[in-house]
Ligand binder design. Structure first.
Ligand code: MEZ
Length: 534
């Protein structure tokens, strides 16, 4: 099961289990948390970020991997394209085929718009599909949107945009009801009410879930609905640039057929960007839990068009990515494992952090522990990690709980001969989420670019400097629906003649620096001859 290097330490973890069952680890004080983050969170390392030198956020620090893209030249030559004739036309053009794009398309269509959804890969190929642990919503009598609001703000270090948080928590119960109406099968109690657990940083049990494949179940529901309603979808067709008129109003995009390489011009009254985050950029050399397509394309396009970005110096590393076996390096071990009782334990069988601190703090604590002599666990290839003591779940809730409540996780490990209901598993932080993104208002509109709306992980400000578990599956739906409605019902005057003048300006602005990077948007991560983080 485990090689010798790990077996001995796993036995120490098992021997300490009875003691730890009775032990409650102290919560961090605000001062301790601050010191932990400053000392060990990658955001605070000098070498992980630099100021961007072009565009509206010039001077702001962001991860090198993102700055490289923001400072890169376009993939297209603006002079070589005729933009007056449209290959595709719609009232609302939605760019992105994950949960946010799907929710936006359904809502815009309900509001009477002719919608078109274009997506880089296939419909549903997105982080939504990979989300495991749950979706937050204050649905119980002992909870309220106000309490949810306070948790979200606390998790984000009180830096979040209050208007966006208000929208998030207010819409949450209705969003869950909408999903149920569409046929989403959440885990329920015998009386038919939604099951709920805690996540890191929550003061109430409000994490609703479909076992441990919540995102897949939500995406299945949305995709079925799009197909049932015959919403037009064009797959394998990434967007490369937005189109603006001479007033800076957005009225379409340039797309590329991934198979033939042909450029396509799409005209629309309004455009919704739902392109996801930057999780495949391997920020600071970390492995990732993200979908292959998460290459920050929307940030690049919107930035060139003049959008303001925010909070991009705050990256979320999920505390529990797989560290062993290496074939699964970086894959998510859902926070639900800690939500139902597993503790984080060092090589000597000692708990070193309260398991449901916010993610930024838990990740920093794991990184600190791995740097202390004899405390971290080393896999045969030298990958560092700590133990996540999953067998505790069986001791707390009874035999069979892991297999029943965490079937996807259980199978993931079983394929490698590891029974996680009997043996602890080795974990290390993995790049998980882009806390920041494009600045929008509570309707999802981009204030600097009339006609442009943003939803999902591409949005910045909702989560401040650190998102809590289950608020991403929530925000893609809340802001997908808000953006969809707003884009469909907008009374903006029609865009004038569409141009790529902003792209010419950008290409001139980046000068020599831009030529040093491959063109952007990246579209797909480059693993050829280059290891992540090298
Ligand atoms: O919101 C998330 O990121 C989430 C639910 C992840 C998880 O641990 O399952």
């Amino acid at each position: 099961m485990y090689p010798d290097e790990l077996r001995e330490s796993a036995l120490r973890v098992a021997a300490s289990r009875d003691r730890r069952l009775k032990e409650k680890h102290a919560r961090l004080t605000p001062e301790e948390k601050d010191a932990l983050l400053r000392g060990f969170h990658p955001d605070f390392r000098e070498d992980t970020q630099r100021p961007v030198t072009v565009g509206p956020n010039s001077g702001d620090r962001m991860p090198h991997e993102l700055v490289d893209l923001l400072e890169a030249r376009s993939r297209i030559d603006p002079a070589a394209l005729a933009l007056d004739r449209a290959d595709l036309e719609a009232d609302v053009l939605i760019i992105g085929g994950g949960g946010a794009g799907a929710a936006a398309a359904l809502t815009a269509q309900e509001a009477g718009a002719r919608v078109l959804l274009v997506t880089k890969l296939r419909l549903g190929d997105a982080n939504t599909m990979m989300a495991q642990g749950g979706i937050q919503a204050a649905t119980s009598a002992v909870d309220s949107p106000a309490t949810h609001y306070l948790d979200v703000m606390g998790g984000g270090g009180y830096t979040n945009d209050p208007a966006l948080v208000r929208a998030l928590v207010r819409d949450a119960p209705a969003v869950v009801a909408w999903l149920e109406e569409l046929g989403c099968m959440f885990s329920k109690r015998p009386d038919g009410t939604l099951m709920a657990i805690h996540g890191g940083g929550t003061s109430r049990k409000r994490m609703h879930f479909a076992r441990d494949y919540t995102g897949a179940e939500i995406m299945r529901t949305l995709r079925d609905e799009l197909l049932n309603r015959d919403v037009p979808v064009v797959e394998f067709c990434p967007a490369l640039e937005l189109l603006l008129d001479d007033q800076g109003r957005c009225g379409g995009a340039v797309l590329q057929n991934f198979e033939t390489g042909a450029f396509l011009v799409a005209h629309a009254r309004t455009v919704i960007l739902a392109t996801g985050g930057f999780g495949r950029l391997h920020v600071s050399g970390f492995p990732t839990s993200n979908h292959y397509g998460a290459t920050a394309d929307g940030l690049v396009m919107a930035y060139r068009a003049g959008a303001e970005l925010c909070f991009l110096d705050a990256t979320q590393f999920h505390p529990t990515g797989v560290a062993y076996p290496e074939q699964m390096l970086g894959q998510l071990v859902t926070e639900k494992v800690r939500g139902v009782g597993a503790q984080l334990v060092n090589a000597e069988g000692q708990q070193f952090v309260f398991p449901l601190e916010t993610r930024d703090a838990v990740s920093a604590a794991i990184i600190r522990e791995c740097g202390l002599p004899g405390k971290g666990v080393a896999t045969p290839t030298g990958q560092k990690g700590v133990w996540l003591d999953s067998p505790m779940i069986e001791l707390i809730h009874g035999p069979g709980t892991v297999r029943r409540e965490l079937p996807a996780m259980f199978r993931q490990y079983e394929r490698f001969g590891i029974d996680m209901s009997v043996n602890p598993i080795v974990v290390y932080p993995t790049l998980h989420y882009q806390n920041g993104g494009i600045r929008v208002d509570a309707s999802g509109s981009c204030p600097r670019i009339p006609g442009l709306y943003v939803a999902g992980e591409a949005v910045g400000g909702i989560h401040g400097r650190n998102r809590l578990m289950g608020n991403s599956l929530l925000d893609i739906l809340v802001f997908g629906r808000r953006a969809g409605h707003e884009a469909a019902t907008s009374r903006l005057p029609a865009a004038g003649r569409l141009t790529l003048e902003h792209v010419r300006r950008h290409n001139r602005g980046v000068g020599k620096a831009g030529r040093g990077h491959p063109p952007a948007p990246l579209l797909l991560p480059d693993y050829v001859g280059k290891q992540p983080g090298a």
